[in-house]
Design a protein around this ligand. Structure first.
Ligand code: CTP
Ligand code: MG
Length: 245
C-alpha cells in the first residue's frame, strides 16, 4: 500500500550517498527537575531508544553515532542493546556543549559518510517523513532543517521591556534532524568552536558562514523534551498514534 512512499525515498533511484545520523545525548537535563530525560520512558520506551529507533528506521540512514556523558556510557549501551537496528550503532563520549558533543560524534562517523543528520536525542517522536524530507533536501542543497511556523506572537525584549514584535508570518521554530554535507558541517562547527561563539543549533553555525540553509516540513509532534510537562505531552502524542512507536 505504501510502496510509492518507499519508491519516492528509495536510495536505488538516486546517486549513492551515505548518511550518518549523529545524536547529541550528552546534556544534563537541567530543566527536568532532577531526572535524566533521555532515560525517561514515553509509551513504555525510553526517550533515547525512541530517538535512535526513529532515525534508524529510515532506509536513508546508514549508521547512527550517539554522544552521551561519560557517566551514562554503560547505561546507554545497556538501554540500546535490545534493539536491532540492522545498521551500525556507535556510542561515544560527548562534550561540555552540544556543539562539542556533535563534533565528538562526527569524529566517529564512517569515512564513507557524505551527509550528516544531526538529531537531538531529546526529540523521540520525530515522524519518518520529517527525517526523510530533510535528508533528501540536504542531499541536493547541502543544508536543510525541518521547521514549523510559530504559533505564538514573539516579542524581542531587553530587561523586561518590549523592543519590537517581528512579523509572525516570517518566524519558524526549527527542529531536528538538521542535515548537512559532512565537510560543510565539520568546518562550520570547528569555526564556531575555535572562535568560542556559542551556538544553539547546527544551522546557526552554517548560517554564520553565509551558506544557505533550506527549511523543510517539520511537525508539531516533533517536540523536544525539555521540561517535565513535555513528557506528559509526549505520552499523549504516543497514545493518539495508537502505537508504541
Ligand atoms: N546535548 C549534548 N551535549 C551537551 C549538551 C546537550 O549532547 N553538552 C544534547 C542533549 O542531550 C539533547 C540535545 O543536545 O539531546 C538538546 O539539548 P537540550 O534539550 O538543551 O538538553 P540538555 O542540555 O540535556 O537540557 P538542559 O539544557 O535543560 O540542561
Ligand atoms: Mg541544553
Amino acid at each position: 500500500m505504501f510502496g510509492w512512499v518507499k519508491r519516492l525515498f528509495s536510495k536505488e533511484d538516486a546517486a549513492p550517498f551515505f548518511c550518518s545520523a549523529v545524536m547529541p545525548a550528552a546534556g544534563s537535563s537541567s530543566r527536568m527537575e532532577g531526572q535524566n530525560k533521555l532515560f525517561a520512558a514515553v509509551g513504555g520506551i525510553p526517550v533515547l531508544a525512541r530517538s535512535v529507533l526513529a532515525l534508524g528506521r529510515s532506509e536513508l540512514v546508514d549508521e547512527i553515532v550517539v554522544a552521551v556523558r561519560e557517566q551514562d556510557l554503560l547505561a546507554a549501551a545497556d538501554l540500546l542493546r535490545p534493539y536491532d537496528l540492522g545498521k551500525p550503532l556507535k556510542i561515544v563520549v560527548g562534550g561540555k556543549t552540544r556543539a562539542e558533543s556533535v563534533m565528538a560524534a562526527l569524529r566517529e562517523c564512517s569515512d564513507a559518510a557524505t551527509l550528516i543528520a544531526v538529531h537531538d536525542a531529546a526529540r523521540p517522536l520525530v515522524p519518518l517523513s520529517v527525517v526523510e524530507t530533510a535528508i533528501e533536501k540536504a542531499r541536493d542543497a547541502l543544508a536543510a532543517a525541518p521547521a514549523v511556523p510559530v504559533k505564538d506572537t514573539i516579542k524581542v525584549a531587553e530587561g523586561g521591556v518590549v523592543q519590537r514584535t517581528p512579523d509572525r508570518s516570517t518566524l519558524f521554530a526549527v527542529q531536528t534532524p538538521q542535515v548537512f554535507d559532512r565537510d560543510l558541517l565539520t568546518g562550520a562547527l570547528q569555526a564556531a568552536l575555535d572562535q568560542q561563539i556559542p551556538i544553539s543549533d547546527d544551522c546557526s553555525a552554517v548560517e554564520r558562514l553565509g551558506k544557505t540553509v533550506y527549511l523543510t516540513a517539520g511537525s508539531y509532534e516533533n517536540i523536544k523534551i525539555t521540561t517535565p510537562e513535555d513528557l506528559l505531552l509526549a505520552e499523549a502524542i504516543c497514545e493518539s498514534r495508537g502505537e508504541s512507536l
